[in-house]
Design a protein around this ligand. Structure first.
Ligand code: BGC
Length: 720
């Protein structure tokens, strides 16, 4: 539809029809959602009329070609102006083919595969009638107590931004109007939802605007630069004001400064939550604040439909504000081609062909393989198929490998660890016992596990958190493996057999204890539908681990937040003077995380040599190059993620000890050497100054190259 036609449509709409476009309701409100077409129950709960539902702009959570087609058909039959519904859903890391959780995808450092996973998720969703996904979630995270860290790609602003771009490209493709295999993306949760105090979900966020801009905003901006169509507001406060009513954040920064013209949606209920936050007295005030802030769609509360009309009629809100929002929603519908084809790419036949196809599963397996991180290996892994394996633990046979944000995935479609290993060894080589549940252990379970393990050469222990223990509302104060499973581990340790621990979890855990008791540890996160197959590939060396952490694993929860890009302080701890009390340290635990950012092992080894810097001075016109040779010194092929960090030694504002500026993933055959080279430009050295000016400072810098944020070789250069 031409823009002019859209404007005409807007003119034809009554005030009520316009306001109703801003409403988003869940599926069960709509006729066509059930055989009976019964909708009175939910409507009464919300205090809305059937008319509102008939004119509602968008639906949350509907999927499946049959359902979405029925809903759209029923809607269009009764909608006066024939404005189609927009179907939105949480397709976070896969639709039915579930990929590893984003924190795991982060650990792959594989932007191409990340993009591919989003493309597949989009395709499966599109044939099921979904038009918009509430993804990517690009909140930077530093506190593993927060359950939602599994939805993020980690603690680094540069890496998060790269992933944000990759996911948006994957979901949206290049032409949403004509290419019906892609869907619109909605970046969330704007802004800084990833920094709740104490790691408690929905809690207050407190930081300076400088930190906000330096660490938290870049990934949202990156998604928008890549063309992301929508933005979702966050639940938290930003400098004391929740985003859903924060004009500075949502108008001044997002729309004016960044030029974003797309649709903003509130998070679930976030408009009405302006009241308990304490910035709106009632729904009426919440509606004023949210619309003024430019929140176009109100998700699942009804402040707009109840109050915007009277506010406009009383002269307290300008109708032009409403028109702006409605137009943005109509524009998105138009961009998705819904006026011409309200059913878009949905098709039952295509669902059968596309969903969970072999090729999709193959990518899921590959990404899962690359997302696992080998944290420890005392020459136990890889296993060989002649060894007798005791597979023990609550995750040995569990289908709970998809994580908490995988609504559409089905446990029955998951390859469990047991199934994965069964494909690698003969029946008599695999003994299985549960050993414990996730949170409890019975004496018989334990005894059975001990007996089973006695007959094995090696114990593979599948431990972790159930998916319920992370995700939204899944904050934990104690981030250890549950006690029952630690008991299991400790008891099995008595057998003096090698123990390989595989971990399933949505956050960095406190692993001290587990690390000492295990001879090898593979962090598998929630690896998704193909999890068990990928893990078996890794266990038996059919694939070589290459993942590296993108979020630090604390030594214990007492260190949290612990992250690599921290400041030095005026009294840094020094290993040369370990007993000095008056330095920044704990007297009972180390300062360092147990596993740092960027860390991960391989079955082969890599040697870094011939470090070289092309020049010791850098200027705006003369970038410099840092080069290093990486050699695979082991006996098998492997992939190494070579990382480059920078430190500005003296800034106007204190600069982090290290900042990731670039990385390269290199594949090396046994004995092969490759030269890896990075260019450093003045632009990479810019940061937000006290007055929020974004610029670089002349002076001394350090640059580090290495396999993780801790083991690096340093050079210096001067910016002139
Ligand atoms: C979550 C969002 C999600 C929305 C819709 C909210 O509770 O915070 O991330 O997209 O629900 O399901």
């Amino acid at each position: 539809m031409e823009q002019k036609a859209l404007l005409n449509l807007l003119k034809e709409m009554t005030l009520d029809e316009k306001i109703d476009q801003l409403q988003q309701l869940a599926t069960h409100f709509f006729k066509g959602a059930s055989e009976e077409g019964e909708i009175t129950g939910p409507i009464t709960e919300m205090g809305i009329t059937e008319d509102v539902v008939l004119n509602t702009g968008s639906v949350l959570g509907a999927s499946g070609a049959t359902l979405t087609r029925n809903l759209q058909e029923a809607h269009l039959k009764e909608n006066r102006l024939g404005i189609p519904l927009l179907f939105m859903a949480d397709v976070i890391h896969g639709f039915k083919t579930i990929f590893p959780v984003p924190l795991a995808i982060g650990s792959s450092w594989d932007l191409e595969l990340a993009e591919k996973s989003a493309e597949i998720a989009a395709k499966e969703s599109a044939v099921s009638g979904v038009h918009v996904t509430f993804a990517p979630m690009v909140d930077l995270v530093r506190d593993p107590r927060w359950g939602r860290v599994m939805e993020s790609t980690g603690e680094d602003p540069y890496l998060n931004s790269e992933y944000a771009r990759a996911f948006v490209r994957g979901f949206q493709g290049n032409d949403l109007t004509n290419d019906k295999n892609h869907i619109a993306a909605c970046v969330k949760h704007f802004a800084a939802y990833g920094a709740p105090e104490g790691g408690r979900d929905y809690n207050t966020v407190n930081m300076s605007e400088r930190q906000l801009r330096e660490l938290y905003l870049p990934s949202y901006k990156a998604a928008l630069d890549e063309g992301c169509e929508m933005v979702m507001t966050a639940f938290n406060t930003v400098d004391g004001i929740p985003p859903s009513g924060n004009e500075y954040l949502m108008r001044d920064i997002l729309r004016q400064e960044w030029g974003f013209n797309g649709v903003v949606i509130s998070d679930w209920g976030a408009v009405k939550e302006l009241i308990p936050h304490g910035v709106a007295q009632d729904e009426k005030e919440a509606a004023i604040k949210a619309l003024r802030a430019g929140v176009d769609i109100e998700m699942m509360t009804t402040c707009y439909v109840h109050h915007v009309k009277s506010l406009i009629l009383e002269g307290k809100l300008e109708e032009s504000l409403l028109d702006e929002s409605v137009l943005r929603i109509l524009e998105l519908k138009n961009k998705l081609g819904l006026f011409e084809d309200p059913y878009r790419g949905s098709s039952e036949a295509l669902e059968k062909e596309v969903i969970l196809s072999e090729s999709h599963r193959k990518v899921a397996r590959e990404l899962a393989t690359k997302s696992c991180v080998l944290l420890k290996n005392e020459n136990i892994l890889p296993l060989n198929s002649n060894q007798k394996i005791a597979l023990i633990g609550p995750f040995a046979q569990s289908g709970d490998l998809m994580g908490p944000w995988s609504w559409h995935g089905a446990k029955e479609d998951v390859i469990t660890v047991e199934m994965g290993i069964q494909n690698k060894v003969t029946e008599e080589k695999l003994l299985v016992a549960k050993g414990s549940d996730v949170l409890t252990i019975a004496e018989e379970q334990l005894q059975q596990a001990v007996e089973t393990s006695k007959h094995a050469d090696v114990i593979v222990l599948a431990l972790g958190e159930s998916s319920y223990m992370s995700g939204e509302g899944g904050s934990r104060a104690d981030i250890r493996i549950p006690e029952a499973q630690l008991t299991l581990l400790n008891e099995l340790k008595q057998l003096n057999k090698p123990i390989v621990t595989i971990l399933f979890n949505g956050r960095p855990l406190d692993l001290h204890g587990v690390v000492e008791q295990s001879n090898a540890i593979l962090e598998a996160w929630y690896p998704g539908t193909e999890g068990g197959a990928a893990i078996a590939d890794l266990l038996f060396g059919d694939a070589n681990p290459s993942g590296k952490l993108t979020m630090s694993f604390p030594y214990s929860v007492g260190q949290v937040p612990v992250y690599y890009n921290c400041y030095n302080t005026g009294r840094p701890f020094s290993k040369d003077d370990p007993d000095n009390r008056y330095v920044s340290k704990y007297i009972d635990i180390p300062n360092e995380p147990i596993f740092p950012f960027g860390f991960g092992l391989s079955y082969t080894t890599f040697e870094y040599s011939k470090h070289y810097i092309s020049n010791n001075t850098l200027s705006a016109d003369n970038p410099i190059t840092v080069t290093v040779q990486v050699r695979n010194t082991g006996a098998r092929a492997g992939e190494e993620i070579v990382q480059l960090y920078i430190r500005d030694i003296t800034g106007e504002v204190v600069r982090p000890l290290k900042e990731l500026k670039a990385f390269q993933k290199v594949a090396l055959e046994a004995n092969q050497t490759k030269t890896v080279s990075f260019t450093i430009t003045e632009e990479q050295l810019r940061y937000y100054h006290r007055n929020l000016e974004f610029k670089s400072d002349n002076g001394l810098f350090e640059v580090y190259v290495g396999p993780n944020s801790s083991d690096v070789v340093a050079f210096t250069f001067t910016l002139v």
